[in-house]
Design a protein around this ligand. Sequence first.
Ligand code: C5P
Length: 308
Amino acid sequence: MSDVQQPSRMPVHSTSCFVRSYAKINLTLDVLGKRADGYHELATIMQMVDLYDTLCLTILDEDCVRIVSTRSELNSDDNLAVRAAQAIRHRFSFTQGLSIELHKRIPMAAGLGGGSSNAAAVLLALHQWWQLPLSPEDMLTLAASLGSDVPFFLTEGLALCEGRGERLTPLPTYWPASMRWLLLLKPTIGVSTATVFRNLPVSDYTDGVHTQAVCTVLLAKGEPFREDMYNGLERGVLERYPEVAQTREDILRAGASFVRLSGSGPTLFAPFPELASATQAQQRLHEQGYEVYLTRAIHPTSGNICIF
Ligand code: C5P
């Protein structure tokens, strides 16, 4: 045991910190098999998109973490953002508390990684704001203890994720011109990731060939083949949730030439090379009553965190 007394409060002169928390899409998702720990072995390429939640963190004098969100169902100690703050407080034995205000914009239970992104945003913000002595490896370990997708949100926006999803190989900043604009369509249902994985038949497992092919193309700054932009969870989700299958049909009818499920869904994304065609499809889908977002790939910068 170290005899160095850890400070229980951080000597910070600012009282609050804003941080943006971006959503992600899965460009590919190969499920390789089921592991002994119950999780599935994955090979997936994830990219952040410029749909984001905003968190405001404020120091509290009380020894606790509080959350107030624009979505009341998220005001709970189970919220991954709260668990991330608690993990930091525990690690440094801080008695200093934290209030988290969460302006939610990313659809929930949607396959867009919103909860995981919020947790990573808290880790990144506290690390920078409180100048915590945590190495990149420490941050990754903390993130992986919170959820499989959390480590990805510590990256610069594009990465190959393996293992449970927590083993990262960051990819250089690049995005194909054919996918310059991305329409995200969220069917009204929510889908549980655990349920989608539980119902996945072995016949939907692959050997990672799609992810490998897209990685090679991205590294060469090329255009991926559409058949390689594969999601092993999509077939099962379309079969089990007719509403998602209907949404897929409607996007294609609205002018998209390609559409894919993001993660375990139910959100679908459709790439467009030009703004005009993306906007036209967005308008049409909006008129049909869909929750639809026009986004693009994004690589967050240090301006993402704003300390007051
Ligand atoms: O890690 P996370 O809590 O985000 O995962 C949610 C659920 O999704 C897990 O409890 C598990 O059932 C399933 N899952 C899986 N294999 C993965 C990631 C998630 O089976 N690689």
